[in-house]
Design a protein around this ligand. Sequence first.
Ligand code: SAH
Ligand code: SF4
Ligand code: F3S
Length: 439
Amino acid sequence: MMPPRKPETFHITTFGCQMNLADSSTLVATMTSRGFRRVPTEAEADLLILNTCSVREKAEERVIGRLGELYRFKKRNPQLRIAVVGCMAQRLGDRLIEMVPHVDYVLGTDRLFQLPDVVEGVEGTSAIMTAFGHENIDSIQPIKETPHSGFVTISRGCDNYCTYCIVPYVRGRECSHDADFVIDAVKRMVDEGVVEVTLLGQNVNSYRHGDISFPRLLQRICYKTSVKRLRFMTSHPKDLSRELIDVMASEPRLMRHIHFPLQSGNNRVLAKMGRDYTIEHYMSIVDYIRMKLDYVSLTTDLIVGFPSETVEEYEDTLSAVRRIQYDSAFMFRYSIRPGTEAAAFDDDVPEPEKIRRLKRLIDLQQETSRKVNRRELGEVRFSLVEGRSRRSPDLFRARTEGNKTVLFSGDEIEVGSVVPIEVTAADAFTLHGILARVN
Ligand code: SAH
Ligand code: SF4
Ligand code: F3S
């Protein structure tokens, strides 16, 4: 029998959060440096990679659905290999191959970078690997996502164990990268033309390497690199310090956006979620942020229908949204994740009621986003030009300091430049503007 042909080309699809996007970029760099060629369509590839998410049931269903569709590729080309990597691979391990037998490789969140070794059959590797361990990860260089922006992962894993959340189980223990590694990664991106870098971690505020805390890391990056725009996410409210806000206030290269998930506006629910802060503490941070920063965009994540959440407790989330006036929010129905602490709680809010609660919350947030965005009318925002608008190609699309999309028209605008834009119109999702003159 002929030995199976070694794959030469690969295609990657990424599900889930920015962590996965960053990991996918790094995996692409690793694969390419080992001689594999990335191709734009699945039909051209010898190896299909799915980098997966487990955070909600729906996220996993989407991956299973996609794998079902990929069966036809495999039938047409038996040499084709399919690799499932990332969070869902970590959670399910060999059970994934039992569920979907046409999957060839299952590599967890700390093993995915070994994919080239596994495909080449390097000794000591196997088709299913889910061991945790961050060894060698500092030596893997991140790459840019677009020519002008990029992600740098500053910490992996999470130790918080919020009762509803699968992330600590699929991403393992929290581990911060060496500050010099982070600084080098930012420098390298800047040398390659990157204007805006986003630092990533499940909880960037608990970053610590030696005696370097997160605010110190930000200061060092600003001091030691010439990066023009720096962002970070996600901030856990229990660890978001005043020192961090003070550093933001003193450093204009730190963009004016803080994503810090509230999850619920009710203290009993927050305690049951294991979030370790109260709504009063959260509000005190919001007040401090607004006192120290003239302009800042605040965004959040919210969950409705957590086990035992009453209508009154849900209403507390609505009032928090009304009071805080977020620029935007990601909103979810509670979804049971097997193995988490909350999976043992009675999931007693009926599905139609969860849907109703979510809809009302989304409506309220949309109305709020429209109002908050309209407050930007007449303001000038320095924005990074990312390209043409997909829907209106005669307009340019740029990212504001507050991480919003702004559309504007102009001639000879260079993609990757930072331009002042005066906001002239706004809806719940997008700003419109004109190029402003600044002296
Ligand atoms: N580390 C971040 C969140 C990462 S997960 C933080 O703590 O803020 C992204 C979001 O998914 C969470 O903020 C939460 O709102 C949502 N989420 C996580 N698990 C969920 C579940 N079981 N059901 C519904 N939403 C969930
Ligand atoms: Fe999940 Fe909580 Fe960790 Fe965020 S902080 S990843 S919600 S366990
Ligand atoms: Fe991200 Fe989903 Fe994993 S949200 S960390 S890709 S479970």
